[in-house]
Write a protein that binds this ligand. Structure first.
Ligand SMILES: [Zn+2]
Length: 255
């Protein structure tokens, strides 16, 4: 449901902001949005009719994982192979695209990995407390359904699997670029025996589309303070606050 008045106000403000900023859109398409101020998460739903789910949706992401209300053993089979690094900074995150046929299979469905991007701090908190960083592995099934695997990072040892990503984050531009000789050990980012939080949610950025299958790995991995700082420097704070769980089933790993 779009409320006309606030929307018109937001549209006028958007136009003004767009003129002030020279009309440059960070992501290259769609209305401008940010992580703070007037175009921040609290107002995303009013920035554009196509962003309506951000404000009115009842199955939004992220959620606070302390809201988990069911135990479940979720199995995910990863069929990931090392990928050449094709990196970009879309103004909201640093992302690398994957087109090497890496897949994940769960609940009888196979999803193909399309891209991996990062949030600092993590988007999914536990009792309000975020991790230092969260990676999102975005997959798509043949029928168009999305599955996102979230991986948490604590500050600690250097992350060998993602070393080339962290090294090149600062120079990534809005245009995807293949970095000669750089690669990502995709499987190496996922812990050896992962267990999962599992729930139905949404994209955590506009247009906040719902119907996204979330698999959040309980066991955090590590990246060095310098690596996390390099990512934070590249895109700043980009974590949407936790959304209302509403009537959703949110499964946590059975002990
Ligand atoms: Zn994300």
């Amino acid at each position: 449901m779009i409320q006309n008045k606030p929307f018109l106000f937001a549209a006028a403000a958007l136009l003004t902001a767009s003129v002030i900023s020279g009309g440059v859109m960070a992501s290259g398409s769609g209305p401008h949005w940010t992580y703070e101020g007037h175009e921040g998460p609290a107002n995303w739903g009013e920035l554009s009719p196509e962003f309506a789910a951000c404000g009115a949706g009842k199955m939004q992401s992220p959620v606070d994982l302390a809201d988990a209300n069911a135990d479940g053993q979720v199995t995910v089979d990863f069929n990931y192979s090392p990928a050449e690094l094709e990196i970009l900074n879309n103004g909201h995150t640093v992302q690398f695209n994957v087109a090497n046929g890496s897949t994940m299979t769960s609940e009888g469905k196979t999803y193909t990995l399309a891209q991996v991007h990062f949030h600092t701090p993590s988007e999914h908190p536990i009792s309000g407390k975020p991790f230092a960083m969260e990676a999102h592995f975005v997959h798509k099934a043949e029928d168009g359904q999305l599955a996102v695997v979230g991986v948490f990072f604590n500050e600690g040892a250097s992350n060998a699997a993602l070393k080339d990503v962290f090294t090149n984050a600062g120079t990534a531009t809005a245009h995807e670029a293949k970095v000669a000789g750089a690669s990502v050990d995709l499987r190496g980012v996922i812990p050896a025996s992962p267990t999962f939080y599992r729930y139905m949610g949404s994209l955590t950025t506009p247009p906040c589309s719902e119907g996204v299958n979330w698999f959040v790995v309980k066991e955090p991995v590590e990246a060095s303070a310098a690596e996390i700082a390099a990512m934070t420097k590249a895109f700043g704070h980009n974590a949407r606050p936790a959304q209302n769980a509403n009537a959703r089933k949110i499964m946590k790993p059975a002990n």
